[in-house]
Design a protein around this ligand. Structure first.
Ligand SMILES: [Zn+2]
Length: 63
């Protein structure tokens, strides 16, 4: 069975720290949401696509 959730690590667009988030694969193929950087606490706009085997496209931008 395919995993329903995975970790994805990316670079914060503000402070360049590595941030990791939990991606819920069951929430849809294309997802867009905002999360706060663990280091600088600023809001990061996330857009991603989920394909077979996990995240196939990922963008993190300053909100
Ligand atoms: Zn940051």
């Amino acid at each position: 069975m395919a995993p329903v959730e995975g970790e994805y690590a990316f670079e914060c667009p503000y402070c360049s720290a590595e941030v990791s988030i939990a991606v819920d694969y069951s929430a849809g193929r294309r997802q867009a949401f905002t999360c706060d950087c663990e280091v600088c606490c600023r809001p990061i706009a996330i857009r991603l696509e989920v394909g077979q085997g996990g995240v196939t496209s990922f963008e993190a931008e300053q909100e």
